[in-house]
Design a protein around this ligand. Structure first.
Ligand code: URA
Length: 238
């Protein structure tokens, strides 16, 4: 085994504090046939253009940039956070601040780069002071995210944190991430896994181990080791 790979595995073991560790060797692009015609990049670009002038809620008055989302339009994994922060608003890119750097490290521990996945948020514009999304803001913005999901057709959706989970699953917020973990939900006919937001790990480093367990479940879904079928009775519309 070569040196960088050995180092990666050692790091993964430390991160997980448990074995076995799955490392994806294969590229994460969807290989599934049947997504034809594959005009996902063009359709996503058109949607990005449409959202760039959005004035559906009051956040359009205070934002610097619409943070549409970034990554591979054909990604197998879609990660959804809460809303842009100050750095994301300035640069127009999701997860580029401290939490984003940690997200990059989590992905690289999975042998995945940011370019292989797609990253988006519940809100595309920064709420002033990073407050939680207001109901009208989420209601205005969610249709864009639904359209992104339907275009990308990811094999797995990862909800990063409670705000992402409750909006994607149309739940009341009187629930904790802990109660939503280790389950596979249905979001628009796709499996959805809930884990902690990277910012929560910055505050509480002990959440690293459960997050890593969640990511292992994600990798097993991607590799087919865990099978999943949409269950009409469990479908929770976004
Ligand atoms: N936190 C989020 O939820 N999203 C971002 O894009 C950045 C930080």
């Amino acid at each position: 085994m070569n040196q960088p790979r050995q180092e990666l595995l050692r790091y993964l073991h430390q991160l997980a504090e448990r074995e076995p560790v799955i490392v994806l060797d294969a590229p994460l692009k969807q290989t599934k046939a049947g997504v034809e015609p594959d005009d996902r990049p063009e359709r996503l670009a058109e949607l990005a253009q449409e959202t760039s002038t959005c004035t559906l809620c009051q956040l359009s008055e205070t934002r610097q940039n619409v943070v549409f989302g970034a990554g591979d339009a054909r990604a197998a994994m879609l990660l959804v956070g809460e809303a842009p922060g100050v750095d994301e608003d300035r640069l127009g890119e999701p997860f580029v601040g401290r939490a984003g750097k940690l997200l990059d490290r989590i992905l690289s521990a999975m042998n995945i780069s940011r370019q292989d996945v797609y990253i988006a948020n519940i809100l595309k514009c920064r709420p002033p002071g990073n407050r939680n999304p207001l109901p009208n803001e989420a209601a205005s913005c969610l249709p864009y995210l639904r359209r992104q999901i339907d275009i990308i057709q990811p094999q797995v959706i990862v909800a990063l944190g409670l705000i992402a989970a409750v909006h994607l699953l149309n739940m009341r917020p009187n629930v904790a991430v802990k109660a939503l973990r280790e389950r596979i939900f249905d979001c628009r006919g796709r499996p959805l896994v809930v884990t902690y937001h990277p910012a929560a790990l910055l505050r509480t480093p002990s959440l690293k181990a459960p997050l890593w367990q969640d990511m292992q479940m994600v990798m097993k879904l991607l590799s087919g080791e865990i099978g999943w079928q949409p269950e009409s009775s469990l479908v929770l519309e976004v």
